[in-house]
Design a protein around this ligand. Sequence first.
Ligand SMILES: [Mn+2]
Length: 328
Amino acid sequence: MRELKISVGLWYMGATGDRFVKAGYRPDRTVEERLEAAGKIPAVGGLEMHYPTELNDANFKHMKKRAADLNLRFVMITPHLWIDPVYKFGQFSNPDKALRRRAIDFAKKVSDICGELDVSQMCYWPAQDGYDYPFQVDFPRRWDTLAEGLAEWADHNPRQRIVVEYKAYDPRAHILLPNVGQTVTLLNEINRPNLGINIETGHALIMNENLAETFAFAMRYKKLFHTHWNDNSKMYDDDAMVGMVNLWETVELLFWLDELGYDGWFGLDLFPFREMPEDAVAQSIANIRMCYEMLDRVDRNELRGCFQSSDAIRIASLMRKMLGESGK
Ligand SMILES: [Mn+2]
């Protein structure tokens, strides 16, 4: 069986509330209980967390040790800027200089903790860097300050990688860097070798991006440092189990990640409201494996041959073959 580097986020291993059932649909767990639950899921080898929500000054050394006992690596730690109401009008791009400074210094503090824990990757999600109404933001100024903040953070420790995760909306009506094009453009402008992108399939889907094209575009510029996986209806970031809605987009994406040599982590960024998180993770992993089995039912050279001919009739028969059509 194919070796997959799978990581899970501790933020959804406890209760996951929505706007209507804020405390969630199941009892919450302590972060240590969440870590233990993640450690029991077969094939999971890594953890992702936010500072200071799941990981904090009081627990980080203990958590790292428990993770090591369970053979789990810390894959990514994200400064949890967007849950602090002080940043309601922006994080790195906040119009208030003192708040921008506070956000950047907070991110640098997380870098230092990552240094102590030997964690080499952090994530920046613009989240509150956005707007809800016309005339609410100065676009050029916002892009300038966002780029300056990311550059300063990336330069703080060039041995650590920082990945920017784009998402078009929620919590703001419009979040800066809504799509792969704007994100890669700004990253290329900032031009730091340790600054890349984390593409979440669900965030690409709500923009009606085709997954394979989106990920391949980031890889063209050597910027695909990390991946987040889930699925949705293309209207809202449902964070549903992988492959259960947009199956073919997921299969084509896995094909292209192989073609282009992606060897990074598969971070499962789910948010199962009603299902137990460890079950949703296990099903997502099984679905990814099934997608590879689908690809293994056809000769990849035959698929490559379709690029030359653009023969959709031939492709239709190959797709049925992937689904297991017997030919009877
Ligand atoms: Mn994500």
